[in-house]
Write a protein that binds this ligand. Structure first.
Ligand SMILES: [Zn+2]
Length: 122
């Protein structure tokens, strides 16, 4: 995965193979990493749709899980609950993330409020 591209030597560009013009390496598409072998040999592997060109950096994933210790603990409890539906679980986890976002952490009051919903079906 971290191997250097053999075509461009890791530069992501090649300077003389195509008429002397510097151009994006066709093997690694400018990433400088060796990917060709994997793609050619492992034909069953799905090619990632974002594998296109050097100037498209992966976009940071949207936050879908709490970041604080208490938030994570809460979210796990939400997921483990057997009395609420998946819809409500998703909503509660979103509330935890939003609460974290605006308060910086999950307070005891908030945790208690969430846990209350895990015990009894609405
Ligand atoms: Zn290359």
């Amino acid at each position: 995965m971290d191997e250097t591209c053999r075509v461009c030597g890791g530069d992501g560009r090649i300077g003389n193979a195509f008429g002397g013009q510097s151009t994006t390496c066709p093997a690694c598409h400018g990433t400088g990493r060796r990917v060709t072998d994997t793609l050619l040999r492992d034909v069953t592997k799905t090619k990632p749709s974002h594998f296109r060109g050097p100037d498209k950096a992966p976009v940071a994933a949207k936050v879908t899980w709490p970041q604080t210790g208490e938030g994570i603990t809460l979210a796990k409890e939400v997921q483990a609950s057997s009395v609420i539906s998946d819809d409500i679980k998703a909503r509660l986890i979103r509330e935890i993330i939003e609460y974290e976002g605006s308060h910086g952490k999950c307070t005891q009051t908030f945790s208690r409020k969430v846990r209350k919903q895990l015990r009894a079906a609405p």
